[in-house]
Design a protein around this ligand. Structure first.
Ligand code: PMP
Length: 381
């Protein structure tokens, strides 16, 4: 039973059904024959479905290989194409590495990057961003919600600042899509990163919303697919899956979020009854599926291993950077000490979780924490 939806979502059976015929069929959307025309039509229907999920126009959606590529295209593509407007970019200290590393790349190539700090709940300070905008600022990039701590950022406020100051706004909506409303008009965004798997679609596909009139330099050059912004033959079957996932999400996410919020709140409430346990992230401005807690004296990894032995999968934080053994940059940016960050457990809820799963976890976790504390030298002291 998984509480690790953040590392990867299972593909919805309805999505697999929608994809299956297209995996068998030939068809390159660029071909000028009947197979090509059919593939093109299906591609455009899927584009419309993804666009509808975020209240965008169909022509504003560019399919990519996933959120990492979309973030790279947004940051590097926008910066290179609009260099004459300035060379200053503002982002936050808690972005995903697929935003932070493109920013580092841009910095090495002559751009200036400002990192907005966050408060102890991981919320970006809008006034810092407002005050940081200069004559030569060309882009602000802040995530909609944090994948690790679930904190929701004040994007509408940042969107207004960006509009007023004539600066473009990029938002990584990978973690928020399908959990809370993502509406490009309400958020005032110019570029928006979307991922298929995070809404129970296939892996290896995502999209970048590019507001009409926003100029972006493509990073992949070739046959000029996706309005020249992302060359390479489109994977029609995967895109059909993304479209189907978007359609299901659009119809069901409000009810699903309500169901997950109940489970989330029960978990947080009961887990915080364990002695010296603390919530990471904001108590209210929080994704419906996110529980991130820390326990003094023990390591997150050892809790994850203990839970795994009971058939429960969880995580300590971002799977993408767990190889480094460094404490999460998100938790340290919130002011947590290294040992506090290392004691964190991330539970992400999803479509297949039931109340019984929550009960099972709550039956196992307190004794696992207790057992690990008994063998921790820090606890005895
Ligand atoms: N942004 C955020 C907020 C994420 O959580 C992730 C990882 N799921 C990514 C970007 C990168 O996604 P992917 O590895 O699918 O490209």
């Amino acid at each position: 039973m998984t509480f690790d939806y953040i590392s990867g979502c299972p593909i919805d059976e309805r999505v697999i059904e929608a994809m299956a015929p297209h995996m068998r069929e030939p068809g390159n959307p660029s071909s000028v024959h009947s197979h090509g025309f059919k593939a093109k039509q299906i591609l455009e229907e899927s584009r419309a479905s993804v666009a509808a999920l975020v209240n965008a126009d169909q022509n504003e959606i560019v399919f990519t290989s996933g959120a990492t590529e979309s973030n790279n295209l947004a940051l590097i593509g926008y910066a290179l194409r609009n260099r004459e407007k300035g060379n200053h970019i503002i982002t936050s200290a808690v972005e995903h590495m697929s935003v932070i590393n493109p920013c580092k790349f841009l910095q090495k190539n002559g751009f200036e990057i400002s990192y907005a700090p966050v408060d102890r709940y991981g919320v970006v300070d809008p006034s810092f961003i407002e005050e940081s905008v200069k004559e030569d600022t060309l882009l602000i990039s802040v995530q909609h919600a944090n994948n690790e701590i679930g904190t929701i950022q004040p994007i509408e406020e940042l969107g207004k600042t960006a509009r007023e100051r004539g600066v473009a706004l990029h938002v990584d909506a990978t973690a928020s899509l399908g959990k809370i409303e993502v509406n490009v008009e309400k958020l005032n965004v110019d570029l928006l990163t979307l991922s298929s798997n995070d809404i129970y679609g296939p892996r290896g596909v995502g999209a970048l919303y590019v507001r009409k009139g926003t100029k972006v330099q493509p990073l992949l050059l070739g046959g000029g697919q996706e309005r020249g912004l992302r060359s390479g033959t489109e994977d029609v079957a995967c895109i059909v899956g993304f479209g189907a996932a978007a359609e299901i999400t659009r119809k069901e996410y409000v009810d699903e979020a309500a169901r997950l919020t109940k489970m989330r709140d029960k978990l947080i409430d009961r887990i915080l009854k364990i002695e010296e346990s603390y919530l990471n992230g904001h108590p209210e401005k929080r994704l419906p599926n996110n529980v991130n807690v820390r326990f003094s004296y023990i390591e997150g990894e050892s809790i994850v291993l203990s839970l795994d032995q009971e058939g429960i999968q969880a995580s300590t934080g971002s799977a993408c950077s767990s190889k480094t053994l460094q404490p999460s940059h998100v938790l340290t940016a919130m002011g947590l000490k290294h040992e506090e960050a290392h004691g964190s457990l991330l539970l992400t809820l999803g479509r297949l979780n039931e109340d019984e799963d929550v009960e099972k976890l709550l039956g196992v976790l307190p004794s696992a924490v207790e057992r690990l504390r008994m063998i921790s030298p820090l606890y005895r002291r």
